[in-house]
Write a protein that binds this ligand. Structure first.
Ligand SMILES: Cc1cc2nc3c(=O)[nH]c(=O)nc-3n(C[C@H](O)[C@H](O)[C@H](O)COP(=O)(O)OP(=O)(O)OC[C@H]3O[C@@H](n4cnc5c(N)ncnc54)[C@H](O)[C@@H]3O)c2cc1C
Length: 399
């Protein structure tokens, strides 16, 4: 594969995707300068533990183990990128302009906020987690807006810390929009001990509590909004890069000559699913940089395989571990695989009999099997799949 000597590479962002990009640049032989531009005061850290171990008081820091000095990375913390001029190859920051030869964009995503003047906390950064943790004291009236991944994990921590927890969810069942009503019905009982208000719209967060659309005020000492994120593209407005719910890239995460985007920021083209994807999960931010760096260092690509993973994420919520692998649609057939201990796996079979996705509750080892069945494109038999004694990869439909 022919590579180019890039000179100076700037990595913009200070999260997992940025840290992995720095490592990958050196691992793949980039010998030139690397500058990491990171808005936060902390070195890149892991976010999944923020809503779990950090809120529960079991961890205070989650710094990723990267030896920036050994890798000769010039780390510039508390510096925010404010613009990019791709044709001149110049990054604009609040600390001045930085010329570059190659740029890796990894500014992640920002939480969506609700309207209203009242105090609402969100959970994206370590500082957010430490602030929220201090407020989760026994008896505190905590209202969580949204019963999806972050909302459920925050509600779990608040319940564990002895707060009086209310969670307001627009949909009729938790996770219904993403996983369907049947899954929602299964998990609704997990919310025991939390006042879960389903099918309830929030109008605004006001001082003293959450104003519902029907006019009711839910009194709260702490309001946490967990209704999703938007990719952090504002600083790229006017740069000429295509922005459409993320930085638009090709299958190799290339946004423009000499520019790649990774992690929660990247809206990449998936060959596997024949559609544009933006995956807001750890696995993608960890895996994408390998491909992006290869594409940056070898613009001719050679044998570089595209970024085309089977999406994977997990969530620890309400005393359960959920893992989801794949991608399903409403036309897929839902099959339940129930185990004697009450745990289960929901499987979605595509019309051609191949496994589209699996949601695994409390059996971590089943994830590898599901992933393998999806990657291999095995045509599976619904009856065997429903039998937990048959390993997923063995539940093959007879010829
Ligand atoms: C609380 C929480 C829990 C999670 N739990 C799970 C989980 O259980 N399982 C799972 O699969 N995924 C989970 N995720 C998702 C996962 O952490 C993200 O997908 C991953 O962090 C994305 O990494 P990233 O580097 O793309 O973006 P980020 O981690 O968001 O990092 C982007 C960084 O760029 C910086 N930045 C932004 N704008 C600028 C700028 N203009 N200039 C310079 N720097 C800038 C930001 O300050 C930030 O540090 C969780 C996320 C959160 C927030």
């Amino acid at each position: 594969m022919s590579t180019v000597e890039l000179g100076h590479v700037v990595v913009v962002g200070g999260g997992l995707a940025a840290a992995r990009s720095c490592e990958q640049l050196r691992e793949q032989g980039h010998a030139g300068r690397i500058t990491l531009i990171a808005a936060e005061a902390h070195l890149p850290y892991d976010r999944p533990p923020l809503s779990k171990d950090v809120l529960l008081g079991e961890l205070d820091a989650t710094t990723l183990r990267v030896d920036y000095e050994a890798l000769k990375i010039d780390v510039r913390q508390r510096v925010r990128a404010t613009g990019l001029r791709p044709t001149e190859r110049v990054l604009v920051t609040d600390g001045g302009e930085i010329p570059y030869d190659g740029a890796i964009l990894a500014t992640g995503a920002n939480p969506i906020r609700m309207p209203g003047e009242g105090e609402q906390l969100t959970l994206r950064t370590l500082d957010d987690a430490l602030t929220l943790r201090q407020r989760l004291v026994p008896g505190a009236r905590v209202v969580v807006i949204g019963a999806s991944w972050i909302g459920a994990e925050v509600a779990t921590a608040a319940r564990t810390r002895g707060c009086q927890v209310t969670c307001v969810e627009l949909d009729a069942l938790p996770l219904a929009r993403l996983m369907g009503d049947d899954v929602g019905k299964r998990i609704v009982s997990w919310w025991d001990g939390i006042d879960l208000r389903l099918g309830t719209a929030v109008a605004a967060v006001e001082s003293g509590g959450v104003q519902l659309a029907d006019g009711t005020l839910l009194p709260a000492d702490v309001v946490v909004t967990g209704v999703g994120v938007r990719p952090a593209t504002a600083w790229l407005e006017g740069s000429g890069l295509e922005l459409d719910r993320g930085v638009v890239t090709d299958e190799w995460l290339r946004a423009a000559p000499g520019i790649v985007a990774v992690g929660d920021l990247a809206a990449w083209w998936s060959r596997r699913y024949d559609t544009r994807m933006r995956v807001e999960h750890w696995d993608d931010a960890s895996g994408g940089p390998g491909v992006a760096v290869a594409a940056l260092l070898a613009p001719g690509l050679g044998e570089t395989p595209p970024h085309d993973p089977v999406p994977y994420f997990w969530s620890d919520q309400l005393g359960h571990k959920l893992q989801y692998v794949g991608r399903h649609t409403e036309s897929d057939q839902l099959i339940w695989r129930e185990r004697e201990n009450g745990s289960w796996t929901a499987l979605w079979l595509a019309p051609d009999g191949k496994l589209a996705a699996a949601l695994i509750a409390d059996l971590p080892r089943e994830n590898a099997q599901a992933q393998m069945a999806i990657m291999r494109g095995l045509v599976l038999d619904p009856t065997s799949l429903a039998d937990p004694a048959v390993p997923l990869t063995k539940a093959v439909r007879p010829e």
